[in-house]
Structures are given as structure tokens and as C-alpha cells.
Design a protein around this ligand. Sequence first.
Ligand SMILES: [Zn+2]
Length: 254
Amino acid sequence: MIDTHCHLDGEEFKDDLDAVVARAKEAGVTAIGVPGIDLKSCDSVMALCQRYPDYCYPMLGLHPEEVKADWQEVLAQIKPHLLEGVAIGEVGLDFYWSREFEQEQLLAFEEQVKWSVELQLPLMIHCRKAQNEMVSILKRYKDDLPGGVFHCFTGNALEAQELLQFDRFVLGIGGVLTFKKSHLPEVLPAVVPLDRIVLETDAPYMAPVPMRGQRNEPAFVAYVLRRLAEAYGVSEEEVERVTDANVARVFGGK
Ligand SMILES: [Zn+2]
């Protein structure tokens, strides 16, 4: 199984990184996608991925919460790094905490969507309280986008269907699926075919039940897989096979 979204370059892992990676391998995690969030993380993500070659895969981009007044300069500095990664990310819109840089976020996201088209690199998209705005930007490039992941999907059936209109995109499903009050175990099987889902942890955040509240780590993606198998009424092996194939398709086998 593959953890498509894990901030393994974070401070939270600096003391026991090798043990975290060893536990991931032992749990059956065969690859980990590591997203950047800003210019500095182009270095930390690349260094991490070079330490675990053919296991950790970099994605580079400017996270919406890191978009400030200087976004154009930052993007200009990030762009030369893009081809070192397997995707552009994580990018998107986040109006949950603050709308201070709303206009800048919209412009920075659209610029990175254009990069995805230009370089034919998939997008790793973060979206919070901004689905309408995100969809309206993506629609402008719909036919030319190579694909990507709507990371940390937690929405309802209508929101899921709206995202699935983007043919080559999949939903990233993580720990929220396992939370007691989550509606995802009903929503997903009702409207999302398994071939439109990839697994993720978003570690160190969003630890799944029964690890909720702890530091999350890639090995815990197994709990997400198990819950997904229950929800779809299929074997864990089937979820693993299909979601692995989805990753290969979206990321072009990289
Ligand atoms: Zn993330």
C-alpha cells in the first residue's frame, strides 16, 4: 500500500526517522509521497527523499497557508525545482483559518495549475472551505490537466461527485475515515468507485483510530486501508491492489 501524502520531512520525525520508515516498511507500505509547502521545504523534502531513494517521492509547491504578499517571487524560486518531483504540491486554497491573502491564494493556485498543464505533472491539492473557488479554477484547464489528488477529502456526496468530474483525479482518503462521527464510510461507497481513491496519512497530523491524538506516521495508513475495505465490503488485498494501481496511473508510474 502507498501513503500518498506524508510530511516526513517535518520536525516531528527528526529524532526517529529511520525507525518510522522501518515501521512503515514492516506494515507493508511500499512508497511514500512527501509534499513540500514552501521554498524551504524544496530542500528538506528533497533531502529526505534522497535519504530513502525509491521509497520516498518528492512533490514540490507552495501550500495555500504559506501564500503571502511575496507569492510571485516565491513561486519563481520554486519553479526550477519542480521537475525533481513526481507532482506539484501541496497547492490549493484554504479559507478556513484566514482570508487575509484570499486573492493571492487564488492567483498562486491558478499559476501552479498552469504549471501542471505546462509540465504535465499531477497536482496534489489541499482545499479547505474553498471547493467552489477551486473547482472554478480547475474547470478552466479541465481538458489539459494530467490529473492529481484531492488530498484529505472529507466532504459529502455532492462534493465528491463534483470533484470526480475531473477525469484523471482521485480522492485522497486518510484518518478522518476512521473517526467515529465520520460520514465517509457511507458517502464513499455510495458515490466514489474504488478506482478513484488513494490512501494517505497526512502524517504527522490526522492519526486514524485507534491512534487518534498521537503523532501520525506512515505505518498507520494500514488502519485507513482496513476501514476502507470494511466500508466497501471487499478484502484488504483488493483495496491495496486497486489503490496501488490508482497511484501508478495518477503519478505515471514514477
Ligand atoms: Zn499535507
